[in-house]
Design a protein around this ligand. Structure first.
Ligand SMILES: [Zn+2]
Ligand SMILES: [Zn+2]
Length: 725
């Protein structure tokens, strides 16, 4: 048998001792390696080469993988250029679980059965309470029943109470009381069911405006998948896993729901995986990594909010869940349904006529709700009028109005400014790279740099367009906004949600719950508050500075701005009050703001595609990024130059003109120094994905062989990078 280690990406032979004869492919095992003991994965069984002395496997750490998932791991390693060990580690999903979810208790018996059971009156009381109030945790249940927690333990031991996510009755929504589908929903469900019923593979993109009832579509097609005896995997952005979304699924599918969550303990995760593998759990909900859920009979993979960048993993293997889902579904003759109000350009482009995906559309909101009103404030006019603060008069007026009406306000800002760019507050000019059309990043040495191609220039004192000296550096953080708003509204209760206040896992949910329950008047937060939150009392959403996102030095900046503004606007007005959104910007004429205001995806898409084509960015070109980092600044730079040389050699082997690979950089990464390590990057682009991948892999391998012995330089590869920072 052969076991690769994480350090050395090739198989090694080991002896399988008699007592470990249950060992199977994909098992994680402990083996002696040199003088150490290391974990590895079983990738095959064969006789060892002649004359090689082999050592025995010491211990089995986890069970094997199905042939399907083992094959998937192999594909993943080739697709994203990582080691097979890294890829197996990811597919198996071991060792990344940290914290326990609060465990919820459910009665394992029907209400009627309780009377006939031989238990003490106290235990009886606990059981009755659990039936009446399913889903409490141990302390809550004990308190409610007026007993000690140890009494609860006793009943759990007797198996009359179980821990889980589901609700008591298997399905409380019967066919009679399902909500009526709109004509659009019905058409979408019918098209999907046609594939599901015939066991046909198909990839669908559902473009549905916010509030068009996508979740109900998911629920209906999953019901169809289950009828066919197959299983469903639903991927959600991490934050939705703590929201009502999970409850909605549990209410419909009861105990057949399994939730894979980053906060599960290793034991809990293992138990869920077992339920999935046995087929006891037929509907799997989870974040990105749930795309590897070990379902034996995959019927459908649903990707909610498919445009979310968090579906791409940032460490090895740097996979995109969308790509993995499509691959898995093809192998299993299953359906992929990705959905969003603002699809990623890549996805929408593939769903054009003749493309590999099929487009489904839902243009109307359910219950005829109007799309929320969006107002754009030109901050240059505010400056002309003598208002140099970060809030416009319009936004301040509207906040005052809502506070008087006891309604709630959400103020949205971009994630803490890790990039500083230069904008003229008079005319709105933002300095960009003449070659790459991305914003130049301000460095402390007084230079502005492009971190794609390394173009640089002095930061100007005066605006090169209008000559005014109102040139400012941008990067307003949450704290500053919070302070300012306190100054204007000293009596309002202000809550803040960003990376700082939510560093402790689970705390963001606490903030959201508290705000929802009316404990705050104004919520200030980053991207996090934009998704998946239904807050009926929020009637005003303010985007404090759309420019901090729009001028992020990334080629996807306009797309992300459009997506975010549309999603943020979609949050307002879900309840009984009509919602309103105010967007503040220095460049209201930018197309991403114009189309977001009109909720017009189609025109945004067309305009943005023109830009991408002209500048040779995805989806017209495929990218890879090589990031070189190390503690010695000079050596990192030298290594980057060397790799550039090898890349040029390798790329020159491609003779066909339209298949040629373009090399950008080396340039300092946008985040140039992280934890004492300097970072340089190169970006490759080309029309043919496999050629970009091949040139990247061959060049990095060739360089690694040459550079043997000169270590302390880390080279990391990202295929189809989401961020080039
Ligand atoms: Zn200017
Ligand atoms: Zn450039």
């Amino acid at each position: 048998m052969e076991v690769p280690s994480r350090e050395v990406d090739r198989p090694f032979h080991y002896l399988v001792p008699e007592h470990l004869n249950l060992l199977s492919l994909g098992s994680r095992v402990l083996v002696p390696f040199g003088r150490r003991t290391v974990p590895g994965y079983v990738v095959g069984f064969s006789a060892p080469p002649e004359g090689v002395k082999i050592k025995p496997v010491l211990k089995i750490l986890s069970e094997g993988l199905s042939p399907e998932l083992l094959e998937l791991a192999q594909w993943l390693a080739g697709r994203y250029l990582c080691t097979l060990a890294e890829s197996l580690h990811c597919v198996i999903g071991a060792g990344r679980e940290k914290k326990r979810l609060p465990q919820r208790l459910f009665a394992a018996v029907e209400a009627g059965e309780i009377n006939g059971l031989k238990i003490t009156p106290k235990q009886q009381k606990v059981l009755e309470t659990a039936v009446q109030h399913p889903g409490l945790n141990k302390t809550q249940l004990a308190r409610k029943a007026g007993v000690s927690p140890s009494t609860v333990d006793t009943i759990v031991k007797k198996k009359l109470l179980t821990y889980g996510y589901g609700i008591n009755t298997p399905s409380s929504t019967t066919a009679d009381n399902l909500p009526q589908l709109t004509a659009e929903q019905l058409a979408v469900v019918n098209r999907l069911n046609n594939y599901i019923n015939h066991g046909k593979h198909g990839v669908f993109l559902l473009h549905g405006v916010t509030g068009s009832g996508k979740t109900e579509v998911y629920l209906r097609v999953i019901a169809e998948v289950l009828k066919k005896g197959r299983q469903a995997v639903v991927l959600l952005p991490e934050i939705s896993l703590t929201s009502q979304m999970v409850e909605v699924f549990c209410r419909r599918f009861g105990s057949s729901v399994a939730v894979l969550h980053s906060r599960l303990s290793a034991g809990e995760r293992y138990a869920e995986q077992q339920r999935i593998q046995r087929g006891d759990a037929q509907v799997v909900l989870g974040a990105r990594s749930a795309v590897f859920a070990p379902v034996p009979k995959l019927g459908i993979i649903i990707i909610d909010e498919e445009h979310e960048p968090m579906y791409k993993q940032e460490e090895n293997p740097k996979y995109h869940a969308r790509e993995v889902a499509v691959y898995r579904a093809r192998v299993n003759q299953a359906v992929v349904l990705m959905a969003s109000a603002t699809p990623a350009l890549e996805s929408y482009c593939r769903a054009e006529p003749g493309g590999p995906y099929q487009l489904l559309t839902m243009k109307k909101r359910v219950r005829q709700l109007p799309l929320p009103k969006v107002e754009v404030v030109d901050m240059r006019r505010e400056m002309d009028a003598g208002n140099t603060g970060i809030f416009s008069r319009l936004l301040l007026d509207k906040i005052t109005d809502r506070l008087n009406k006891k309604q709630q306000v959400v103020l949205f800002i971009n994630r803490r400014g890790y990039a500083t760019f230069v904008v003229c507050r008079k005319c709105g000019l933002v300095l960009k790279c003449p070659h790459c059309d991305i914003s130049l990043t301000y460095h402390y040495d007084g230079y502005l740099r492009c971190h794609y191609c390394n173009y640089s220039r002095h930061a100007p004192k005066k605006c090169p367009r209008c000559g005014d000296n109102a040139v400012g550096f941008f990067g307003t953080g949450t704290q500053k906004v919070e302070q300012e708003i306190k100054r204007y509204f000293p009596r309002a209760v202000i809550m803040r949600m960003d990376g700082d206040t939510t560093a402790r896992k689970g705390s963001h949910q606490k903030i959201i719950d508290a705000f929802k329950n009316g404990h705050g008047d104004i919520l200030v937060g980053t991207q996090m508050i934009a998704k998946g939150l239904d807050m009926p009392n929020v009637t005003l959403v303010g985007v404090v500075n759309a420019d901090t996102m729009l001028y992020m030095p990334e080629f996807r900046a306009a797309e992300r701005t459009f997506q975010l503004l549309t999603q943020v606007a979609g949050r307002a007005g879900r309840g009984d009050y009509p919602g309103e959104t105010v967007i503040q910007t220095h460049t209201p004429e930018h197309y991403s703001i114009i189309y977001a205001r009109k909720h017009d995806y189609k025109n945004f898409y067309q305009k943005e595609m023109q830009m991408r084509r002209a500048l040779k960015y995805p989806p017209f070109y495929y990218l890879s990024r090589i990031l070189i980092s190390g503690e010695n600044e000079e050596r990192v730079k030298a290594a980057a130059e060397e790799i550039r040389g090898v890349l040029e050699d390798t790329a020159s082997a491609v003779k066909t003109e339209d298949k040629k690979v373009i090399i950008m950089g080396p340039a300092q990464a946008g985040l140039y120094k992280i934890q004492g390590r300097f970072r340089w990057q190169m970006v490759l682009k080309g029309r043919v994905a496999s050629i970009v991948r091949q040139v990247t892999r061959d060049a990095v391998q060739k360089w690694a062989q040459q550079a043997r012995g000169r270590n302390n330089i880390n080279v990391s590869i990202d295929i189809d990078p989401q961020f080039l920072f």
